[in-house]
Structures are given as structure tokens and as C-alpha cells.
Design a binder for this molecule. Structure first.
Ligand code: DX5
Ligand code: ZN
Length: 219
């Protein structure tokens, strides 16, 4: 059985103390850095872009998991590879030729992820599941941190797990949005492999301990 992973979302970090927050993740029980890139078109918000990612990568010592919430992501695949992304996740809803996009991501040496908005059915991935290293189920509408978790996510996670098993695929399931110590266990039990947590970690008194608490709950 694969071990379960924790990916703090840097979107919720203190950008005036970014190096401090990166070091916190480096030395914590977390596994990945989750990096949210928003273009103000695919989602109604703009986060940060390449210069900030470059500086994050400079200090980060763990896997860089980049979540692109942008239209036409094919334009930037090479750029994100050159910046040091290990996993590049594009949105199903933003790709006209998803199969081609997945191959392009992998040909740049990255793992390929596909994110699904809350309204997108997991079974739409049936024909490409063996080409996907990770599916990111959005448990909020993408665009902002600190939103509340959509309960239908448990059922979606189970459906995706069944689809992965049925196709003999090794795709990981990531859950993104509103993850807390309250829903973490149920998400893992439903089949999740990676939990993204932004405000729950960075909004807490002691982020290191909060990550540890999540780790205890899911392992
Ligand atoms: C939402 C982003 C998430 C977000 C999660 O559009 O993709 O990664 O940072 O933040 P929380 O955990 O606060 O919902
Ligand atoms: Zn995200």
C-alpha cells in the first residue's frame, strides 16, 4: 500500500516571510509543496507566477507539486519544467486535447496531473486514466483558499478509486480544498493518497504541529 502524503498549499503562507514558511515545510512531516498558479481567467483570482515559484524552488527541499488554474496550459509546460516542477497538474476543463497535454508534460520529465472541478464527473477520465500520474479532485471551487469543503467529495473519491482499480492504473488521488483534521481520515478511507491543506496549516497557531496532527490522523 502506498503511504499517504501531505502537501501544504503555499498560497496560504505569509509572503512577507516566505523563506521562513518554506523552511517550516522543509523540516516538518509534510511531503510536498503544493503551488497554486491562477491566471484570473480560468479562475476569478490571480495568485503568483514564475518569479515567486523560482524563489520557492530555490529553498524547497521536497517535491514541487504545481497546480495550474490557467487557460491553455500547454503554452507554459516547458516553462514550469525549467522552473523545477516535479508534478504539473492541469485542469480537465482547460484542455481541449488532454491526452496530448499529458504526453507533453511527461516528455518534459514531469509527472502529469489532472484536476477536476467540483462539477466534473470522474468517469470522464476513463479513457486516459493510464496516462495520468495523479488526479486532483477539487473539494472547493478553485480560486481561493479558506473555503469550506464540499461533502460530495467522499463519493467522488470512491468512484475515482474504483475507476483506477478497474483499469489497473497506478494513479494517485489528491484532494484539494477545505481539508482539515475533521475530514482527513474519511478522505483517506475513501481512497485519497495526497491531502492538500492551506489555511488549516498556515492559519493555525503552530503549523508544524498541525502538519504532525494530520500525519497522525492519516497514517
Ligand atoms: C484553491 C487551491 C487550493 C487552496 C487550498 O483554488 O487550489 O490549493 O490553496 O486552500 P485551503 O486548504 O485553505 O482550502
Ligand atoms: Zn491547489
Amino acid at each position: 500500500m502506498t503511504s499517504k502524503l501531505i502537501a501544504p498549499s503555499v498560497l496560504a503562507a505569509d509572503f512577507s516571510n516566505l523563506q521562513r514558511d518554506i523552511e517550516m515545510i522543509n523540516t516538518s512531516d509534510a511531503d510536498w509543496f503544493h503551488i497554486d498558479i491562477m491566471d484570473g481567467v480560468f479562475v476569478p483570482n490571480i495568485s503568483f507566477g514564475m518569479p515567486v515559484l523560482r524563489d520557492i524552488v530555490k529553498h524547497a527541499t521536497k517535491t514541487i507539486d504545481v497546480h495550474l488554474m490557467i487557460v491553455d496550459p500547454d503554452r507554459y509546460i516547458k516553462t514550469f519544467a525549467d522552473l523545477g516542477s516535479d508534478i504539473l497538474t492541469v485542469h480537465y476543463e482547460a484542455c481541449n486535447h488532454l491526452h496530448r497535454t499529458l504526453q507533453a508534460i511527461k516528455s518534459e520529465g514531469m509527472k502529469a496531473g489532472v484536476a477536476l472541478n467540483p462539477h466534473t464527473n470522474v468517469n470522464l477520465l476513463e479513457d486516459v486514466i493510464n496516462d495520468i500520474d495523479m488526479v486532483c479532485i477539487m473539494s472547493v471551487n478553485p480560486g481561493f483558499g479558506g473555503q469550506s469543503f464540499i461533502e460530495n467529495t467522499y463519493q467522488k473519491t470512491q468512484q475515482l478509486k474504483e475507476l483506477i482499480t478497474r483499469n489497473n492504473a497506478s494513479t494517485l488521488i489528491e484532494i484539494d480544498g477545505g481539508v482539515t483534521s475533521k475530514n482527513a481520515k474519511q478522505l483517506i478511507d475513501a481512497g485519497a493518497d495526497v491531502l492538500v491543506a492551506g489555511s488549516f496549516v498556515f492559519g493555525s497557531e503552530n503549523p508544524t504541529n498541525t502538519i504532525k496532527e494530520l500525519r497522525t490522523i492519516i497514517s
